[in-house]
Design a binder for this molecule. Structure first.
Ligand code: PMP
Length: 285
């Protein structure tokens, strides 16, 4: 079955989908994106993704490529045409195509690309997946990573370093020696009093959609969340550590920079948060 992409008003075979060489997304990373998880054919946290898209576009003064409702219809159509049950939908909006010059016109027509990918059925979806390891790397990104732009080279290099070290993710360390987030995920630890720590929302992290959901759910579950930066040393001594993203959802971590986290396999708080997320989203196995 061939994959179908949506590009500027057309559904076309994925391997023939193309954008002009003078698209500002290509030349200046002048583009924003969203990746939305799909489980059982349904988009997860759809409204949160569209709200964040609205934030990213607004901060860069890129107009919406079409009405929000129309975009939702096309996203569903891309999922349908690609027969996705479990997977991800990728959406990118660039400022559009123009002769290459740094300054831009206010009157450009944005480019819109939407693709979708299947992943294999998540195993035993009610329990957390197998834990992964993490390394730390310096956070060398710009100061507006709250805008979800496609300028991901520092993230990509950090992730490559993680891969070379046999780890799944790189946690990024800012100039004050604090963990900001992962190369493509938010970072969390659970302290000895079962309090959950994660970096606060400012220009230094992306406000993850799964992050937003877990903070809301933690309140219902009576779990205390402390939105305050933590150090790698605090992470090494944590009872639990995990990461969140639309791709991994809630992923436990058993090793950071070679330090074993907690007593191995216990991840009670992470598990409780995951269950709450799973139930709220009626994730079907
Ligand atoms: N931080 C970064 C840098 C990311 O790329 C992602 C993944 N989009 C996240 C955090 C997590 O965001 P979300 O939960 O919306 O996938």
């Amino acid at each position: 079955m061939s994959r179908i992409a949506y590009v500027n008003g057309h559904y076309c075979p994925h391997n023939r989908a193309a954008i002009h060489i003078e698209d500002r997304g290509y030349q200046f990373a002048d583009a924003v994106y969203e990746v939305c998880g799909i489980r059982g054919g349904k988009m997860l946290d759809e409204e949160a993704h569209l709200n964040r898209l609205d934030w990213s576009l607004g901060e860069l003064q890129i107009p919406w490529p079409m009405a929000r409702r129309a975009l939702q219809v096309i996203m569903r159509e891309v999922i349908r045409r690609n027969h996705i049950r479990h997977g991800m939908i990728y959406l990118q909006v660039s400022r559009g195509q123009a002769r290459r010059t740094h300054a831009f016109s206010k009157h450009m027509t944005p480019s819109l690309v939407i693709t979708a990918t299947s992943t294999s059925r998540p195993q035993n979806a009610q329990t957390l997946p197998q834990a992964v390891s993490v390394i730390t790397r310096p956070d060398i990104r710009w100061q507006r990573v709250d805008i979800k732009t496609v300028a991901l080279l520092p993230n990509s290099l950090a992730r490559h370093a993680a891969q070379e070290a046999g780890a799944r993710e790189a946690w990024l360390i800012d100039g004050e020696g604090k963990v900001t987030e992962g190369s493509s995920s938010n970072a969390w630890i659970v302290d000895q009093q079962n309090r959950v720590h994660t970096h606060p929302i400012n220009g230094r992290i992306l406000n993850g959609t799964v992050r937003q959901a877990l903070i809301r759910l933690a309140q219902k579950e009576g779990i205390e969340i402390i939105e305050s930066p933590f150090t790698p040393e605090e992470a090494y001594n944590a009872k639990e550590a995990f990461l969140t993203s639309s791709n991994a959802l809630v992923q436990p971590i058993d090793q950071i920079d070679g330090h074993k986290i907690g007593n191995g396999s216990q991840s009670e708080v992470s598990q409780q948060l995951w269950r709450a997320y799973y139930i709220e989203n009626q994730i079907a196995p």
